[in-house]
Design a protein around this ligand. Structure first.
Ligand code: DLL
Length: 433
């Protein structure tokens, strides 16, 4: 097993960790109440004064902080310290609306660096390693976050960022790079291009890859490992609460250990906002603990995962979250029931007569939501009309039992929803709310 970077915090008994979180949470609430007018207002409205928080679950009395509240406060209204204390700013691209910004004090940067070093140590990296960073350096947190973490570990860091594949591979070869850090999709692209260009991964010295910033599957992991001859680890974070370093896999690769000494995590039902027990999938909500410049309370991430606090073979006591495979953006709430297009797809895949395309059409009739599922037939010539009808009945039964919702199914022509030119949206929400 690899060395544990911060044994004091990473292997802390749960009882002590809970006490530490409570103290840090109380301090966070005092600071935001005093210095952030937004939190002053919401805490007054919720009738929760900072000193009244006497147990971690008292936090549930406060509303969630959402991306919208961050956007409204752009750029500085949610900072808890004056700008003269802030030494770094990162911000999102704002591709889906106004950008959001995050600020760091010297202490925040020190903590961030330490958390990332923790993640790198957990996947077996040491000062003997040569780390090539493929993430962008800029307003995005990936490049800088991993850069300073790897330096703190004592590894030799090559801040390559984006380069074409031959150049990237040349650098790996020349400097005998042992670890790469970037997005899983880029690692996959790298592996596939290397094969096309006849570049042999055996000529490289890679042994570890740390990937994140986007969802990826076990299948992708296996392909990256096979093509690049390394062991691939998952790393999670989001710029709003500081960037990478929030959670990452250890060598056991059975969930991502969350830095609970820095983040208090909740999993809530995305539809009702109610807390969910360990083991159940829901939306991750984080409250930052020792963060100085930009503390956030109950920040809704939109990311879906489940938690476990079972002991891990690596010896760390920190809770583990499952990998993130989907976000609440894909979630449809129909008559109070959470419906994911992915679940529908899983059911449809069990039927060989069904084509690749489908669409969920949600309407509202007299205050009641209705769901119609359009399903492509695989090959019209193989089926009689009677067989199509029986397939439709079967699908209706399977889908409504799995989703726990009454619905109708309509069979549509092959390739009408999944054409060579692309897929029609999987969801058509026609409700006017
Ligand atoms: O992506 C921070 C980061 C950089 C994490 C490098 C890991 C490695 P944002 O650009 O704010 O920050 O995007 C955050 O990306 O809410 C998730 O939806 C998604 N995401 C991040 N890591 C993972 C992961 C950085 N390992 C958003 N698996 C998050 C799945 C991920 N999704």
């Amino acid at each position: 097993m690899s060395a544990i970077w911060n044994p004091q915090y990473e292997t802390m008994p749960r009882e002590e960790l809970t006490q530490l979180q409570l103290e840090r949470l109380q301090s966070t609430l005092h600071r935001v109440y005093r210095y952030v007018s937004y939190y002053h207002r919401v805490m007054d409205e919720a009738r929760l004064q900072p000193e009244e928080l006497q147990a971690l679950d008292h936090l549930r009395r406060l509303p969630f902080t959402t991306k919208e509240s961050l956007r409204e406060s752009y750029p500085y209204a949610m900072f808890a310290l004056p700008l003269r204390e802030v030494v770094r700013l990162h911000f999102s691209t704002g591709a889906t609306g106004a950008p959001t910004v995050v600020g760091y004090t010297h202490n925040d940067l020190r903590h961030w660096t330490d958390l990332v070093a923790r993640n790198l140590a957990a996947c077996g990296l040491t000062k003997e390693d040569v780390v090539q960073i493929l993430f962008g350096y800029g307003r995005f947190t990936g490049g800088f976050g991993f850069h300073y973490g790897a330096e703190a570990l004592g590894a030799a860091v090559i801040p390559v960022s984006s380069e074409d594949v031959p150049r990237q591979v040349q650098i790996m070869q020349d400097f005998r790079t042992t670890a790469i850090i970037g997005t899983p999709s880029y690692a996959l692209h790298l592996g596939r291009m290397m094969e096309k260009m006849g570049l042999d991964p055996h000529a490289l010295s890679l042994r570890v890859g740390l990937f994140g910033s986007e969802p990826w599957s076990e299948k992708t992991r296996q392909e990256i490992e096979r093509r690049l001859l390394l062991t691939a680890y998952d790393s999670y974070g989001l710029s709003e609460i500081g960037g990478p370093g929030v959670s990452a896999e250890c060598e056991c690769r059975c969930g991502l250990h969350i830095a609970e000494d820095h983040f208090y995590v909740e999993v809530v039902d995305p539809a009702s906002g109610e807390p969910l027990p360990d083991g159940e999938e829901g939306e991750l909500v984080f409250t930052t603990l020792p963060k100085e410049a930009f503390p956030l309370v109950r920040y809704r991430t939109g990311d879906l995962a489940s938690l476990t606090r079972e002991p891990c073979a690596c010896g760390r006591t920190l809770a583990r979250m499952s990998r993130i495979v989907r976000r609440t953006d894909d979630l449809l709430v129909i008559r109070g029931v959470a419906v994911y297009p992915d679940t529908v797809e899983e059911v449809l895949r069990q039927f060989t007569e069904v084509g690749r395309g489908f669409q969920l059409v949600v309407c509202r009739e007299e205050e009641l939501d209705t769901l119609e599922v359009l399903v492509e037939i695989g090959n019209l010539h193989d089926l009689t009309l009677k067989a199509v009808e029986s397939l439709r009945e079967n699908l209706t039964h399977q889908l409504s039992t799995t989703l726990g919702l009454e619905l109708t199914v309509r069979m549509v022509e092959p390739h009408s929803l999944h054409t060579p030119l692309g897929r029609v949206p999987r969801v058509k929400d026609e409700r006017t709310l």
